[in-house]
Design a protein around this ligand. Structure first.
Ligand SMILES: Cc1cc2nc3c(=O)[nH]c(=O)nc-3n(C[C@H](O)[C@H](O)[C@H](O)COP(=O)(O)OP(=O)(O)OC[C@H]3O[C@@H](n4cnc5c(N)ncnc54)[C@H](O)[C@@H]3O)c2cc1C
Length: 324
């Protein structure tokens, strides 16, 4: 068994950004274990798509796993195809971004190898030891593989920074698994993001997040307008969702979504630990809070200590003016 294999996620030629974070984690693991790094993209169209080269990761090999039965996505097809790829490559570690799709198929894939999936890993230490959070982020637990066979790991959004550029481009090989329609028992339904009811905040590059400082539901249009002006997704702290002011799928935090946007704008959010664990991977954090001692300012790159009801309308106006 040798090598670190990363399974990336690409849909219709567009990368899920969490794939790059999984590659960053895999690079770290490859360095610690002195093993080569290999990339694979099931149903992938092209490795140079959507800026992958700009995020070059110095892999030693890459595979586009191609078969007409891999689209639309089904867990059966992914499990069968990736089982064949893993048997061919014999990696010691198989890493995934912890996306909704990965949650669906990766545990079954691990089971094919009599392994478990060590899910939602936030750090990798020497050993290697994989760290994941328990009890809503109150405890960190260390996991080490003791069984033989490939070790399956999914990487929590925002835990690894995907920004080191190696300048290396990768020429992928094609791997065509053996798949027949009779092997696929699942019938794909509507995609999660396309349901109109739900939102995948993990892929949003800009998020405006609102907290209890907004006071009441009737004030929400203030932040909705700001989000719209910025082209951002709207998110919230837990009390906002608990109150039913925004749907639960917009909650960020230990019992909500974990996000890693380029910009996270926290409006009237105090910065409780349960909220911070869900957004600490953001590249830049701006906080608006009238309490200059609010804990959110400890993780903020830019802080505005003031009343959101004065600041947000001015900010929205300025953004609209700047955008013409
Ligand atoms: C098991 C468990 C799981 C949890 N999971 C989550 C989770 O997933 N996500 C989450 O967010 N929380 C979670 N919580 C709740 C968490 O502990 C906090 O209670 C919550 O994050 C607080 O939300 P908030 O910051 O919006 O509200 P508050 O803590 O009430 O903060 C409101 C902030 O707004 C500021 N403010 C008030 N008025 C204004 C104004 N006019 N202008 C500017 N600023 C103003 C205040 O100074 C204050 O800092 C969890 C708690 C538990 C126990």
């Amino acid at each position: 068994m040798s090598g670190v294999l990363v399974i990336l996620e690409q849909r219709s030629g567009t990368w899920n950004r969490m794939s790059f974070e999984a590659v960053a984690a895999a690079q770290q693991l490859a360095e610690k274990t002195n093993l080569p790094l290999t990339l694979a993209a099931p149903a992938g169209k092209d490795f140079s798509a959507d800026g992958f080269e700009a995020h070059g990761r110095a892999p030693s090999a890459a595979y586009l796993v191609e078969h007409e039965l891999l689209e639309p996505y089904t867990s059966d097809a992914y499990v069968i195809a990736l089982e064949q790829l893993i048997k061919k490559l014999g990696p010691a570690y198989v890493l995934f971004p912890h996306t909704y799709q990965v949650r669906d198929f990766a545990p079954a894939l691990a089971t094919r190898f009599k392994q478990v999936l060590i899910s939602d890993v936030i750090a990798i230490h020497d050993g290697p030891v994989f760290v994941r959070q328990l009890l809503q982020g109150k405890l960190n637990a260390d996991y080490r593989q003791t069984a033989s066979g490939p070790c399956f790991i999914s990487i929590q959004a925002g835990s690894f920074r995907a920004e080191t550029e190696s300048g290396t481009t990768v020429t992928p090989e094609t791997f065509t698994p053996e798949l027949t329609p009779a092997q696929i028992r699942n019938k794909p339904g509507e995609r999660f993001r396309e349901s109109g009811q739900t939102v995948d905040l993990t892929a949003a590059p800009v998020i405006v997040s609102v907290g209890r400082g907004i006071g009441e539901q009737d004030n929400l249009p203030l932040v909705e307008e700001l989000a719209q002006a910025l082209g951002a997704e709207l998110a919230a702290s837990r009390p906002i969702c608990d109150n039913g002011w925004l749907p639960m799928e917009r909650q960020v935090g230990s019992s909500g979504q974990t996000v890693s946007p380029k910009l996270y704008l926290a409006v009237g959010i105090s910065g409780a630990i349960q909220h911070l664990v869900g957004m600490k991977g953001s590249k830049a954090v701006i906080a608006i809070n009238k309490d200059e001692n609010a804990p959110i300012f400890e993780v903020a790159d830019y802080g505005v200590a003031g009343d959101l009801f004065e600041i947000v309308p001015e900010l929205t106006k300025a953004i609209k003016a700047a955008k013409g």
